[in-house]
Structure formats: structure tokens, C-alpha cells
Write a protein that binds this ligand. Structure first.
Ligand code: BGC
Length: 737
């Protein structure tokens, strides 16, 4: 322990260590900690731009950002890397896990924790200290180019998966950075004033913020990233309501807020609104912040607070106390990590249709299988693109996985589907045809529609016509349209399944693993059916992205307008059957509700189901019909029975009161419905409740500012070049481009 750095004494409490160090820092020492030191031509910024620009993701490799070492203070360099799916930026020898949407589709918190452990271990093994994930933004429209990076359309599910994932990451001694705060739901008009979410306080609190709250309260997340968009006229990274008001005030968040890359547009406004760290450079928090402190437009105590928040987390995880574990060349993937990738992939796979029990294939006496589609061969889509893209060490293609599993007694033939007539002939000759199609998503660009390419739609329809035992496998990041659905015998959604793609899909198709996934997003019959069909709502018109569908997001919308979606939220079939009985709901004095229900596997094979609990509030609450309030994944042997126990926390029974700026439980009758999807809820139990304030907060409530004006402080900072760069990034994200 160097005698002149007593704060390195790990036996002292973290807060004391931070105070000792702070007392020794000059203003310039402090300012060096609150921004990255990339420049326009630094690897981080270029990588960032390149991941938007190249069709194959980042050109990297490099860290996303870093904070310089301060040897006089015994502080080493801190590096930020990774994303929602693990080590990114073109860096090799890492595990390509299934996309985060697949993780959400597992509805399995213990798998989410293990996924987080892999991400944390690999990011740490590459020498970095902060993981830039998970992404918990709500899927408001399936055309969002980053839907695959997130946990779907429901705030409770997203919050549960996020908290577990964060716990896993942070168990590895690295910091997680949950993102992107908040109401970041599109790539169109990215990082421009035109992406201006106009969203009311109740909707923010009930739909767009709870997953972040869960990350803070349940996941104890170290840091938060603010987003590119504006919220009610103010850039998210200069937004006092979001950062000082809700995050730090209402939720008592003790960690730090980092800007998304180049998402800051003002020094004083960002600092005073609660931003603690600018990335990837110091255009606003470098020299301009020093000047602002001198001019007293930012108090030095605010800078101290930024530094305290950053150091607190660095000490908490011991990153200042140890050298980095490895570097960008370290091999961090392991057979265990690959095995987890395979487990998450098959556990997140959703069986949407299985007419005539075409699946599982192992139960059929098959002599031949036709495997069709570019997505089953060298062109397999195993990951989305953009900053979350991970380079796989290898990819098991569906054709390889199926051929391997089928063994030598079954003929497995492959055609890439480029010529529909050829594919159709191959399908006609086989006992079963499996056709693979997908819709690639990428950061920086929204999808023009949720339709597959006309070629893929034609391919599926033709194959299904040629072979009535056709299985369609979708690789998408969110909902897609399926004009051919009636003619397909079976349908499976595999999301982007990662490097173990072919093995995982063979596991499910042959029945070695259950299709254990359930939809984390609603599949509409067409985009016109969803809540954001009107361009005023998505992607916005003339600088207004109107969130006036309010609480009616995802399944809440379909329930509210009584529309029948193609496949409802929470849906997924099993190879066996289940019965749920004996629902009991009991209120605790604390306001929480204990729920128990019995589940029986009524089929002849072992299987998995997800028990889902939804709540109907009293009419006075003016809520959409139902909200998810609990779930449990259950594995049962044939004929076996178990009782599941869920605890519905008080906040799940409450609504956000905009007059009191507080969660309140309203007096009245509540009905809990339990079943296997948002539209299959055979059990119900009702109870009455008195009204009460609900303690969902640990700090003062934050009223949303009235009639917010456009942020005056939207300047170019010290780096005029970055404006060019952000414009370039913005220009890539015109709607439907
Ligand atoms: C993305 C962030 C990401 C950052 C650094 C940005 O383009 O929006 O999610 O963490 O790049 O890679």
C-alpha cells in the first residue's frame, strides 16, 4: 500500500475511502474523472461510428471508452466495454450469447443471472471494468432497430430480467450500466431534436421507468446511461426530471450517470441536471466544465458529487484495488459459456404453432428432412447488428445442427432457398421441410416494416405448399408479419440465437429440449393493429413523438381496444400440456399479495410452463385491463404436480398519482388472473383493498416540469467536429431508411 494513498486501504468503509481521496484531489484531478478521453479519431469514437456504418457490425476492436489513470493518486485507467449481449466491438475470442430478447423469452431469472455472469466474466477478462448493459428500454413498436437488445414490451418482465442480469454481471466484480434512460424507443431521428418523446408523467412512471427502478432497487446497479432522445423537450442527458428528480431523488440512486456516446449537448445543463460522466470524450465535461465551475454556473460541490458517485462504485467493486485481468487479446470464451449460450437459446425458443404434432421430430419415423433457407446455412442470423453485436468464435448453422442430430439413418438435405423452384422440389421430396427465415435488426436504423422480404414470404409459402409438414423457424428481434401462417404446420421463433444456433434449434425440433420460451412481445396481425401505427406516435412528426397512447403499450393496447393479435404476449406452446388450479391470493399487512396456484403436467412427457399472473385494477384506476404482476417458470415430469408461490409487491398494485407524485393504491376490488399467457387466464381470485400511499420511493417525489421549453444549452461544446459526427449518425437514421 503506497504510504501516500491511504484510500487504497480496503479495510476502511467505502465512503471514508472516497472522502479521503476527494480531499486530496484538485479540481483538474476531479474533472479528469468525469469524462472519457477519446477524441474524434480515437478508436472508441470511430468504432462507434463504424458499427453504424458497416453491414457486419463494428470494425473495432477497441474499448468503448476509458477514464485516464492518475498515478499520483494511485488510480488506474478505467475501461468501459461490452453491451447487453456481452463483449462487443469486433473483439474476438468471446461468447456470442443469444440476443437479450431471447433471454427475456426464457422468463427465467436464474438463467438471466447466469447470462449476466458470463457477460461480466468476459468483459472483466478483456481488461474492462464497466459493462455497457443491459438495455431495458420498452419495445413500443416492433420496427425499432434495437428491439432485439431489450427485454420486450412489459415493464415488470423487463425489470425482473434486468435485475437478475445485473446481479450476475456485478457478481464478477465489474460494474453494470443499465441503459438508456429513458423513453428511447426508436432509431429514427437518432440523436436529433426530432426524436423528442412527449410523454406524460404517469406513463413515464408506470411504463418507461419501472425497469430502471428495478435495476436500481433490486439489481443495485452501479451506473445508468442516459439516452440520445429528448424527453419532453430536453435531451435525456440534460434532463433534470429523469436524473436528479426520479433516479437520484425518488429512487435514491447512489451511483453515476454516463452519457450515451455523443449524447451530451450542453455543459451547464447536463451537469446541473445530474449527468456525472460524459462519453466518449470531454467536449462538454472537459475544459468547458472547468470554465463553468470558475464562472460558478456549476457548483464545485456538484463536481464533487460526480466524483463521489464514480469513486464509490469503483471502490465498491474493487476495480481501483486490482490490476486489469486481461486485455483485448485474452481468450475469455469457455465451454461452460458456450453451454449456457445453448441453454438460453433453446429455453428462449417459442413454439407458436404445432398443427398435427409435427414436432418434436424425434417422435416421427422420418427418413428425410429438407432444410431450407440462407438462414439455415452460411447466412444464419445469430445476432443483431450495432454496438450490441458480438463476434462468434464459431457458428453452428441450423443445417449442421439438424444433420448432426438426425444421424446417419435420416437423409438431411440443404438448399439455400435462393431459387424458390429448387427449394420447393427439395421440400416435396422430404418427409418434413424446415424453412428458416429472418429479419435482421440493427442499431442506427429502424425497420421499414415488420414484413419479411417478399422473397422470404414467397419461399415459405412455396415450401409449405409443397410439403404439408413444413416447420417455419423465424430469426427476428421482435414481431413480424406472417401472411403464410395458415399453410405452415409448425412455427418456431428462435430470435437471434447466438453461436449455438444449430444445436439449440435441433434440441427443440427433435424434442431433446422443450421449446421453453414465451413471447416477451405481442405479435400483431399487421403494424396497423398496434398502438403506434400513426406516424405522429412513431417515429414522430415535426419534432413531436407523441406518446399519447399513454399506458396502452404492448398487450395493454390490444386488451384495451379488444383487438385479437396474431400471438399474444406471454404465449408459447409446449410439447406437453398443463393444468392450473387452486388459485389463492392473500394480502399481507404490508400491502403485498401472496399468490399460490397448483400446476399439473397433464401430458405424457416432461415439460416446462410459465405461470403468469396478471392484475385487474378497480375501474377508478383508469388502467388498461390487465398488467403482468408475477411469473414463475416451472419444470415438471409427466403427471407431476407442484404449487407455485408468487409475491406481488405493493407497487404492482398501485398507480402513479400525478397530483401527489407518488404511487397510490386505490380503494376497490382487484382481480388477479393466472394462466399461461396474457390471453389464456383460466384462474381468478378477487379481493378488496383500502386506499393507501405506497412506498415505492426512497426520496422526494419529482414533479414533471410543466410546459418544458427546448433546452437552450444545446451548444457545440469544445469539439465542433463531434457535431459533424453526430449529424452523420443522425443522418443514418431517417425513418424506414
Ligand atoms: C449505443 C450504446 C452503446 C455505446 C457504446 C452507442 O451507440 O447507443 O448503447 O453502449 O454506443 O458502444
Amino acid at each position: 500500500l503506497p504510504a501516500d494513498c491511504p484510500w487504497l486501504n480496503t479495510r476502511l468503509p467505502v465512503e471514508q475511502r472516497v472522502s479521503m481521496l476527494l480531499a486530496r484531489m484538485s479540481l483538474s484531478d476531479k474533472l479528469a474523472l468525469v469524462h472519457g478521453y477519446g477524441t474524434l479519431d480515437s478508436a472508441s469514437v470511430l468504432t462507434n461510428l463504424q458499427h453504424l456504418a458497416t453491414p457486419h457490425g463494428p470494425v473495432g476492436p477497441g474499448y468503448s471508452g476509458s477514464i485516464p489513470a492518475q498515478p499520483e493518486l494511485c488510480l488506474r485507467k478505467i475501461k468501459l466495454l461490452g453491451g447487453p449481449a456481452g463483449v462487443n466491438h469486433g473483439i474476438q475470442h468471446v461468447t456470442q450469447l443469444p440476443a437479450p430478447v431471447a433471454l427475456a423469452a426464457t422468463w427465467d431469472n436464474s438463467l438471466a443471472a447466469r447470462y449476466g455472469q458470463v457477460v461480466g466474466a468476459e468483459v472483466r477478462g478483456k481488461g474492462a471494468d464497466v459493462v455497457l448493459g443491459p438495455a431495458v428500454d420498452i419495445v413500443r413498436d416492433p420496427r425499432w432497430g434495437r428491439a432485439y437488445e431489450t427485454y420486450g414490451e412489459d415493464p415488470y418482465l423487463a425489470g425482473q430480467v434486468a435485475a437478475a442480469h445485473i446481479t450476475g454481471i456485478q457478481s464478477q466484480g465489474v460494474l453494470a450500466q443499465v441503459k438508456h434512460l429513458a423513453a428511447y424507443n426508436q432509431e429514427s431521428y437518432r440523436d436529433t431534436d426530432l426524436d423528442n418523446a412527449i410523454v406524460d408523467e404517469r406513463t413515464l412512471q408506470e411504463i418507461y421507468l419501472p425497469a430502471f427502478q428495478s435495476a436500481v432497487r433490486d439489481g443495485h446497479v452501479a451506473s445508468v446511461m442516459c439516452s440520445y432522445n429528448l424527453v419532453n423537450g430536453r435531451p435525456a442527458c440534460q434532463n433534470n426530471y429523469l436524473m436528479n428528480g426520479v433516479l437520484k431523488g425518488q429512487w435514491g440512486f447512489p451511483g453515476f450517470v454516463t452519457s450515451d456516446w455523443l449524447a451530451v449537448h450542453g455543459t451547464v445543463s447536463a451537469a446541473n441536471a445530474g449527468l456525472d460522466m460524459e462519453m466518449p470524450d470531454g467536449c462538454y465535461f472537459g475544459a468547458p466544465l472547468a470554465r463553468a465551475v470558475q464562472a460558478r454556473s456549476v457548483a464545485e460541490s456538484r463536481v464533487n458529487d460526480m466524483v463521489r458517485r464514480i469513486l464509490r462504485q469503483e471502490f465498491r467493486f474493487g476495480v481501483v484495488d486490482r490490476p486489469p485481468d486481461g486485455d483485448l487479446h485474452s481468450v475469455v470464451t469457455t465451454p461452460d459459456h458456450a453451454a449456457l449460450a445453448r441453454t438460453v437459446a433453446h429455453d428462449g425458443t417459442v413454439l407458436l404453432k404445432n398443427q398435427g404434432h409435427v414436432l418434436p421430430l424425434a417422435s416421427q419415423r422420418l427418413r428425410s428432412i429438407a432444410v431450407i433457407g440462407a438462414d439455415a446455412g452460411g447466412g444464419a442470423v445469430t445476432s443483431g447488428e450495432g454496438s450490441a453485436h458480438v463476434v462468434p468464435p464459431y457458428t453452428v448453422t441450423p443445417y449442421q445442427g439438424i444433420a448432426h442430430r438426425a444421424g446417419s439413418r435420416v437423409s438431411v438435405r440443404y438448399d439455400n432457398g435462393a431459387d424458390v423452384a429448387v427449394a420447393r422440389r427439395l421440400a416435396a421430396q422430404a418427409d418434413v421441410a424446415v424453412v428458416f427465415v429472418g429479419l435482421p435488426e440493427r442499431e442506427g436504423r429502424d425497420l421499414a416494416s415488420i414484413s419479411l422480404s417478399p422473397h422470404d414470404d414467397l419461399l415459405v409459402a412455396s415450401v409449405a405448399q409443397a410439403n404439408r409438414r413444413t416447420v417455419v423457424v423465424l430469426n427476428t428481434g421482435s414481431a413480424v408479419a406472417m401472411p403464410w401462417l395458415r399453410s405452415a404446420a409448425a412455427l418456431v421463433e428462435a430470435w437471434y440465437p447466438g453461436q449455438e444456433d444449430g444445436n439449440a434449434i435441433a434440441d427443440v425440433l427433435f424434442g431433446d429440449a422443450e421449446p421453453a420460451g414465451r413471447l416477451p412481445v405481442t405479435f400483431p396481425t399487421s403494424p396497423a393493429q398496434g398502438p403506434t401505427a400513426n406516424p405522429v406516435r412513431w417515429p414522430g412528426v415535426g419534432g413531436v413523438v407523441s406518446y399519447d397512447e399513454r399506458l396502452r403499450v404492448g398487450y395493454r393496447w390490444y386488451d384495451a381496444v379488444k383487438a385479437e393479435p396474431l400471438f399474444p404476449f406471454g404465449f408459447g406452446l409446449s410439447y406437453t400440456s398443463f393444468r392450473m388450479t387452486n388459485l389463492v391470493a392473500q394480502q399481507r399487512p404490508s400491502g403485498a399479495v401472496d399468490v399460490t396456484a397448483a400446476v399439473t403436467n397433464t401430458g405424457v412427457r416432461a415439460g416446462v410452463t410459465v405461470v403468469q399472473a396478471y392484475l385487474e385494477l378497480p375501474a377508478t384506476a383508469k388502467e388498461p385491463p390487465r398488467r403482468l404482476v408475477g411469473f414463475a417458470k416451472v419444470r415438471l415430469a409427466a403427471g407431476a404436480l407442484t404449487t407455485v408461490h408468487l409475491v406481488v409487491p405493493p407497487q404492482s398494485l398501485s398507480v402513479w398519482d400525478v397530483r401527489r407524485h407518488h404511487w397510490v393504491a386505490l380503494a376497490g376490488r382487484y382481480t388477479l388472473r393466472v394462466g399461461s399467457s396474457s390471453r389464456d387466464l383460466p384462474l381468478h381470485a378477487s379481493f378488496n383493498r383500502a386506499s393507501s400511499l405506497v412506498n415505492g420511493a426512497s426520496g422526494p417525489p419529482a414533479p414533471l416540469p410543466a410546459a418544458p421549453a427546448l433546452e437552450a444549452d444545446r451548444s457545440t461544446g469544445a469539439c465542433a467536429n463531434n457535431v459533424l459526427l453526430s449529424e452523420l449518425m443522425g443522418a443514418r437514421s431517417l425513418p424506414g431508411a
